[in-house]
Structures are given as C-alpha cells and as structure tokens.
Design a protein around this ligand. Sequence first.
Ligand SMILES: NC(=O)c1ccc[n+]([C@@H]2O[C@H](COP(=O)([O-])OP(=O)(O)OC[C@H]3O[C@@H](n4cnc5c(N)ncnc54)[C@H](OP(=O)(O)O)[C@@H]3O)[C@@H](O)[C@H]2O)c1
Length: 321
Amino acid sequence: MKCQSVTLNGGFKMPIVGFGSGGIKTADLMEETLNTALEVGYRHIDTATVYENEHLIGSVLQKWFSAGRLKREDIFITTKLPNYALQPDKVEEFLRASLAKLQVNYVDLYLIHFPVARVETAPNEPCSLLPTDHIAVWKKMEEQVELGRAKAIGVSNFSQRQIERLINNSTIKPACLQSEIHLYLQQESLVNFCHSNGLVVTAYSPLGHPGIGDWLKKRGMEKDYLPDELSDPTVQQIAKKHNITTAQVLLKFQIQKNIVVVPKSSKPNRLRTNFDLFSFSLDDGDIKALADLDKGERARIFEYKNLNGEDHPEWPFPKRR
Ligand SMILES: NC(=O)c1ccc[n+]([C@@H]2O[C@H](COP(=O)([O-])OP(=O)(O)OC[C@H]3O[C@@H](n4cnc5c(N)ncnc54)[C@H](OP(=O)(O)O)[C@@H]3O)[C@@H](O)[C@H]2O)c1
C-alpha cells in the first residue's frame, strides 16, 4: 500500500501515516510489529528517548537495510529530546545517543518532547522542575540541522504562544508540532495556527488511546473520563456506511484535514487496516458530524499530572484549578 505525504518546511516529505512505537518495549514484539508495519508499507516511525525502544527499532531497520530491502532514505524517522534533557548543553548529547541506538546518522525529524524541563529521576520518584529557556535550546536544535544530524526540527506538546515565540526568534522555523489530537480533542485553533504558519501537525493518540478508561478504573483513578472513541455511535454509523472500521474513520478524519497520524498497534491486522486509508473518503456530512463531537480540554488524556507543573511558566495546557 502506498501512503500519501505532507511536505515539511525544509521541503522534505513526511508520510501522513506513521507507526506509533510508544509502549513497544521488548525485542520480540518490536521485531514482529515493525516487520509487519514495514511489510504493510509504513515508512514513517515515531519514537522517543523516553519510549526506551530506539535500539530495538535500530536493530530491525538494520536488518532491512543490510538485506537490501530498504534504504535509509526510504524511511522517515522521528525521535524526541526528553524533558529531563531540555537544556542547551544536552541537545547534542541526547541526539547523538538516539542516533547511535537507531543505528543511523541522521533523523528526519527531531522534536522537543515537552516544554517544561525537569530533573531526571527514577520512575515514581517525585520530580523537580527546572527553569526552561526554549530559545537557547532551539539554537542547539538548529545546530543539529546544520550539522546534518536532523533534517528537520520541531516541538511536541507546545502551546500556540510557545510556538509563536520560536517562530519569532529562530533561523530555522519549527517544521512540526506533535500534539494530542483525536475526535474528542480536536484542537482546531492550534491546528489552524500551525497550518497557517507552515508547521505540519502530527496527531498523537489519534484513536483516543482506547482502553484508557479501563486502565484508570483498574487503578482506582476515577476521573471524568470519556468513553472510547471507537465505540462512539456516530463513528460506528459512519464506519458502517463506508464498510470500514471505526479506527479507519478516526484516522481518516484527521488525514482529510492534512493532519499526520501515528497510531500505535501491535496487532498485525490492525496495523494493516490502520494504514489502509487511501481507498475511501469521508463526505462533507461525515466530517461535519465528527467535527461536532469535539469535547475540548476535558477530553485530554495525557495531562502530565506527575510533573505537578501547572505553576511552571512554560506549562502548555490550560490550568485545571
Ligand atoms: N509526543 C507525545 O507526547 C506523545 C504522547 C503519546 C503518544 N505519542 C505517540 O503517538 C503514538 C500513538 O498514541 P497512543 O499509543 O497513545 O494512542 P492510540 O494510537 O490512539 O491508541 C493506541 C491503542 O489503540 C489500540 N488500537 C490500535 N489500532 C486499533 C484498532 N484498529 N482497533 C482497536 N484498537 C486499536 C492499540 O492496541 P493494540 O496495540 O493492542 O492494537 C493501543 O492500545 C504513540 O505510540 C507515540 O508514538 C506521543
């Protein structure tokens, strides 16, 4: 299957459907899943230092490269600078480490993962936040492009204000915003701002991270969570009408708005159908019905509560309190 692409501000093509790799942490599962994804036709891989799987991706890719099944330039790789390295003197060190793990000498896109810097701590330890200077970090990000370690640079989880400041204080403008975007959290104004300023937008958790409700319930973390988007009656109705899956409805809704999607699945059949998005179209009525289901901020899944950062000057989301 062939995938459509969007063009980043440096002129590079980015496949509009990517392989979300978060949560795939064992060698066997990565091998099986990424092999299937590459066989299906995925040519865009989304990873991050904090996913602790770059080395697993690197070893699968290496096998494809050395067998002559793919060339480096056939694959679009995104990785991310963790927020415990959101300091100017850490950018080069962390990108170099990612390149070594991925066994490549450049990434296609390097993103700042989260706009609030913190001290590195062991999992479950309380974390202290640090003063954060985006402009100083960005200068080092620009250097990575000049040195050929990244083709393009961008941000993730940034607010419009933070992106605007980078646009106004940079030589190389941010090429991409990766943000939580799905049916119930559509972020229309942020998306429009990015598109009108030349940034590609990537939707993470584009399926609404199904199962999050059950996950929270099991841990006694009751909150006003919303039902799975895959079981939304409107989504089900549209899926039935086009004879497609509900996941295909959710993904196609984003890509018809020129938003890149990086769904994660470790099931071969789902990897296949999640990528099979180019043989049908949603009509204007479908798009309108889906747009009307936006629930705004209350549908945010990734609240980064563990950071306890709402009072930090670079906190990117509306305050809950
Ligand atoms: N920048 C950031 O801060 C950030 C944050 C979160 C995520 N991300 C990126 O975005 C990617 C995707 O986000 P996500 O994993 O949070 O959420 P998601 O892609 O919305 O949902 C993933 C979940 O959906 C299930 N699923 C996949 N396809 C399905 C289908 N066709 N039908 C039913 N269930 C399906 C998967 O289960 P199975 O595996 O069992 O199929 C998995 O549990 C991540 O892998 C990561 O690359 C970035």
